[in-house]
Design a protein around this ligand. Sequence first.
Ligand code: GTP
Ligand code: SPV
Ligand code: MN
Length: 635
Amino acid sequence: MRHWRIELRRTAAAYAEETPVTLQDITITRNAPANVPADLLSWVAEIAALTRPDAVHWCDGSQAERDRLYDEMVAAGTFIRLNPARRPDSYLARSDPADVARVESRTFICSEREEDAGPTNNWAEPTAMKQTLTDLFSGAMRGRTMYVIPFTMGPLGGDITRLGVEITDSPYVVVSMRMMTRIGTPALDAIIAGAAWVPAAHTVGYPLVDADGNARPDVPWPCSDTKYITHFPETREIWSYGSGYGGNALLGKKCYALRIASVMARDEGWMAEHMLILKITSPAGREFHLTAAFPSACGKTNLAMLRPTIPGWKVETVGDDIAWMRPGPDGRLYAINPEAGFFGVAPGTSEETNPTCLHALRHDTIFTNTALTDDGDVWWEGLTAEPPAHLLDWQGNDWTPGCGRPAAHPNARFTVPAAQAESIAPDWESPTGVPIDVILFGGRRARNVPLISEAYDWEHGVFVGATVSSEQTAAAEGTVGALRRDPFAMLPFCGYNMADYWAHWLDMGAILGEAAPRIFQVNWFRKDGDGRWLWPGFGENSRPIEWALRRVAGEIGALDAISGRIPAPGDLNLDRLDISDDDLEALFALDPQAWAAEADLTEEYFAQFGERVPAALSRQLAGLRGRIAEAKGAE
Ligand code: GTP
Ligand code: SPV
Ligand code: MN
């Protein structure tokens, strides 16, 4: 399995021959906690021998360690301490302007065979990529401290929980991982006790001493113009070079919990999904759990902290970005949130749109690329109706309203422990997870896709998931607003061939049978001809969700339509909602002509996967065409 280590060891040894270095010099063995297993110790030693840090620090995850790193980052200019009277224990980081989001064009799945990465992933041959990375990592940590971060994805002791170890030269990554995962001694103890772990090597690629021994000063946000975010699915490894931002650098998140975990899940009969997890209690006290897959920056964090506008319903948060799900002993599908924090989009978060989230950010929060107010607090577009008269923008430049530049970067983010959300469900860390009743698929669609519709069955639900399109957001580099296919909101996150992933979903449906969650498609983002949102969104999204739960409870019927089953007139709860009949009609309008065009595009889209498209999905496409023809006939 780990044949690359031999390769790397050879390369590292060759490197050490040129410039002799002993492991004692870089204090790996001296600093290592007691009983670290030999495979972990030798991996750390190899990476250290390759990257040549000044020191190696094994993270214990303690408050003292955190405090020391915060102080060091403030001294280095990486962190600005926010006004403690306004935002206690909170910090602002400004990234390099060229390192602000995930870089999908530099993200690679290095499976042995190209077809196993599939047409939607960048593929690179693993041996060649290892060589490239070995060259890039050589000496990359000179002048820096190398941190070793043992972490767990999921609560320790959980059935679905998995371990990892990230090596990084970024203290920002250490303190962010401390919020986003569970790091330190307990995770290391589990590894010492024999748990399997995924190695994840990260460097910002900005050594402070070059190969000739010339020193250069550090910068507040070190990174490299060259970036590689690489995954080796067969050997379950992650290597990331050149970026310090979000999913590029916090390797537990997208790299492990989605790209590598999706491969593990396929092999082991579970699911790793880009989904929020909610607990919902009805006025009668019945508990439901729901997951929802929306593409990046399309409303998962908002829905995860939903405040229902309809009376009597209670919503609690289990997770806001990733769900790991597997069938439980009773045959139902159980989900855990593998993360421990939220790395959420700041712009648009306000007392109106997401008060629960805003309250979670009152203390102990890291902000990245927001604006800074004159009194030492943060600000972003949408936080207040009126912007402050003066700010420092996300790059630290003077900013005044109307200057023509955004104050916060559109992908400015907060990092905060999940437990700080007042909506957090009491059992959010349940080691067995929560049983899922409903799965939602959504995206930003100005046209065609109705507010809500229910899939006819699991197989149709998989078709709906496989055909999700969404307007692109600032969460990744690219053209914001461009419509692209984002199946299951997993386009940038599936670690193997997307068509095989659809087949895995169909297999899981067969295993779950009657106990499978019901699947719905939602769209909060439909617009009229003038570009105005037709649906108020946010807390009002509780209305279509209430309809879905009443369907699950068997309380109401529905109307068969092109995209699925839609609410019969009067069934969608509109009490005290100010919405015109025209807007309501437009929200559910299903134009057969437009849907015929969608079906043509789906056929084209499927074609690129060739023979690997499951027959069930081709059958579903034929079914969709049948419903379109019927609707045309009825016109
Ligand atoms: P990642 O963290 O990137 O995976 O994204 P996410 O899905 O968690 O995104 P998030 O919830 O942070 O989405 C943020 C954007 O969606 C903001 O611009 C919000 O204003 C917008 N948004 C969320 N819910 C709604 C809604 O119901 N209606 C409208 N119109 N916009 C919404
Ligand atoms: C996303 O882009 O879907 C995120 C943010 O959740 S990042 O961790 O940067 O991938
Ligand atoms: Mn995400």
